[in-house]
Write a protein that binds this ligand. Structure first.
Ligand SMILES: CC(C)=CCC/C(C)=C/CC/C(C)=C/CC/C(C)=C/COP(=O)(O)OP(=O)(O)O
Ligand SMILES: O=P(O)(O)OC[C@@H](O)CO
Ligand SMILES: [Mg+2]
Length: 241
C-alpha cells in the first residue's frame, strides 16, 4: 500500500527535497487540465496539494477525479474546511492551526471531520499549521479570525512547532499565506528546523527558483507553491533553471 507519509520520511532521510504544487479548485480552469498535467509530469514536482479557503467538496472531488488519471503523483488534500474532504484523493493534511487561538480551527473542525473521514480510505496526516506574518493580511487569517506570529518572534515560532511535534503531529507547515508579499523568513525556517524531528513544510509567497532553493537550504523538506503557477503557467520553466 502506498504511504504518502512514509515516502516523505524516506525522502527526508535521504535529504531529497520535495515540491508540492497547490491547486485551488476555485481558481483552476479544468479546460486546460491535460496541458497542465503534462507540465507537472515533466517537472521536479513530487506532490499535488489540493485546497483553498473557500471550496466545496464537489469541486474538490471533480478536480481530483480529472487529475488522477493524468498525473502519477500523490494527491494530498490541504483543506480549509471539512467541506473539502474528497474521498478520491490519496491523503489529507489533518490541519490544526496551532499558531492561532481559535478553538474552531484548533479542534472543532477536526471533530466535525471524524464522521466524514470514516467513510473514506484517506491517509490522515496530523499536521501542525503555523501562520507567519507576511506584510499583508491573508485569506487564512481572515477566515480563521486569528493572528499570525510576528516575524521577529523566532523562539515563539520554534517552540510552537516543537509543541506540535510533542503533541504528536507528523508534519509542521510554516505558512506565510497564499500570495504572501514575503515568504517565511529564512531565519524562521532555520530556527524551527534546529530542534524539529519531523518533516517541515514551508509555503506562501515563493515565486522564484532562488527562493525555493533558499527555503530548502534553510531546512524546508517540502515547499508548497500555488500562486506562482496560478498566475503564469510559464513558471514551470523557471523551475528548470
Ligand atoms: C481538519 C479539517 C478537515 C479541516 C480544518 C482545517 C483547518 C484547521 C484549516 C486551517 C485554516 C485554513 C482556512 C486553511 C486553509 C488552507 C489553504 C488551502 C490555504 C490556501 O488557500 P488560499 O490560496 O489562501 O485560498 P484562496 O486562494 O481561496 O484564498
Ligand atoms: O500560493 P502561494 O503563495 O504559493 O502559497 C502556497 C501555500 O502555502 C498557500 O497556502
Ligand atoms: Mg490561493
Amino acid at each position: 500500500m502506498m504511504s504518502v507519509y512514509n515516502d516523505i520520511l524516506s525522502a527526508k532521510a535521504k535529504k531529497k527535497k520535495l515540491l508540492a504544487i497547490l491547486i485551488d479548485p476555485d481558481n483552476f480552469n479544468l479546460n486546460i487540465i491535460s496541458q497542465f498535467a503534462d507540465k507537472i509530469n515533466k517537472s521536479i514536482i513530487t506532490h499535488v496539494f489540493v485546497g483553498g479557503s473557500t471550496v466545496e467538496k464537489e469541486e474538490t472531488e471533480q478536480l481530483v477525479k480529472a487529475l488522477k488519471p493524468l498525473v502519477n503523483l500523490p494527491i494530498v488534500l490541504f483543506p480549509g474546511d471539512v467541506t473539502q474532504i474528497a474521498k478520491n484523493a490519496d491523503a489529507i493534511l489533518f490541519l490544526s492551526l496551532i499558531s492561532g487561538r481559535n478553538p474552531k480551527y484548533l479542534i472543532e473542525k477536526q471533530i466535525e471531520a471524524v464522521s466524514i473521514l470514516k467513510n473514506t480510505n484517506l491517509e490522515v496526516i496530523p499536521t501542525g499549521y503555523i501562520l507567519i506574518e507576511n506584510g499583508k493580511e491573508t485569506t487564512v487569517q481572515k477566515v480563521t479570525e486569528t493572528q499570525p506570529i510576528p516575524v521577529n518572534m523566532l523562539q515563539l515560532v520554534a517552540d510552537t512547532a516543537k509543541a506540535g511535534e510533542l503533541l504528536g503531529k507528523k508534519l509542521i507547515y510554516l505558512e506565510a499565506g497564499s500570495g504572501a508579499l514575503h515568504p517565511v523568513p529564512l531565519k524562521i525556517i532555520e530556527a524551527v528546523k534546529k530542534d524539529l524531528g519531523i518533516p517541515l513544510i514551508v509555503g506562501g509567497g515563493i515565486r522564484s527558483k532562488a527562493q525555493l532553493d533558499a527555503a530548502y537550504y534553510s531546512g524546508a523538506d517540502i515547499v508548497v507553491i500555488g500562486t506562482a503557477f496560478e498566475n503564469d503557467i510559464n513558471f514551470f520553466n523557471e523551475l528548470k533553471l
